[in-house]
Design a protein around this ligand. Structure first.
Ligand code: 5RP
Length: 236
């Protein structure tokens, strides 16, 4: 089956499969969002059907919730679960300290809440997501629709004081209309090129009125499962 996949998709597939096989019977599991996470959810669905694996899953988006339900995985809310044993999710970038940029799929708000409410967060990624310094991937920032242009100006003023190489902030679009998140908000994608102090930037961004959450995950990820196009898997 993996013979038909491109090297990147194969890398995502093998990483997702390895992480899904870590899940044990009875666990409460956070399910990430994106193409890599979808492979992981499919593998968990297979395990539920074939091995009778029993888990309670908390999805991080309506997309993931729908997929999990279709595959027969029991879906509960985060409040019903209370606390999670494990969250498995993708990432757009990860560095040597396992800090991340997430939100390429626009779900980083729920993803950050769910990962933070977990004993362990495992990231699944193809090897191309590893970077020395975060920032080549545009950093998503979720903002409320009210006054979003003012929020953007305030963010750009804040960026002027930070160790970054760019300050452009583009409203994410979905065709002709602004992209709308599961929480009814918009996303500004910050083109920073290089983030010199990600920890500080994450704090500064969340202090701007109108910002709901940024896509920097600092000290949240515990382990990365890295897939390669030739089928190899590495754990960090
Ligand atoms: C969604 C995310 C995704 O995990 C991230 O965008 C990676 O996606 P993919 O696995 O499709 O490359 O953060 O908000």
């Amino acid at each position: 089956m993996t013979g038909d996949l491109s090297p990147i998709d194969k890398a995502k597939f093998v990483a997702a499969r390895r992480a899904a096989d870590i899940v044990q019977d009875g666990m409460r599991v956070g399910l990430g969002t994106g193409s890599t996470a979808a492979w992981m959810v499919r593998r968990l669905g297979d395990r539920v059907q074939q091995e009778g694996l029993r888990i309670k899953a908390v999805p991080t988006s309506t997309r993931t919730a729908q997929l999990a339900r279709e595959l027969g995985i029991e879906v509960v809310s985060l409040d019903q679960a209370g606390w999670l044993d494990l969250t498995i999710d993708g990432a757009d970038e990860f560095d040597g300290d396992l800090n991340l940029i997430k939100g390429g799929g626009g779900a980083h708000l729920q993803e950050k809440i769910v990962a933070t409410a977990s004993d362990q967060m495992i990231v699944i990624a193809d090897a191309g997501k590893e970077v020395e310094t975060l920032g080549a991937f545009p950093l998503p920032v979720e903002v409320i629709p009210f006054g979003w242009q003012t929020t953007r100006t305030l963010i750009q003023e804040a960026l002027d004081t930070m160790d970054v190489l760019g300050t452009s902030a583009a409203l994410r679009m979905n065709g002709e209309a602004p992209f709308v998140t599961d929480e009814g908000n918009h996303i500004l994608d910050l083109h920073l090129q290089r983030i010199g102090n990600a920890r500080q930037l994450a704090l500064v961004l969340n202090q701007v009125p109108g910002v709901v959450e940024n896509g920097l995950f600092i000290d949240i990820c515990d382990k990365v499962v890295i897939g390669h196009g030739d089928g190899r898997v590495e754990l960090r």
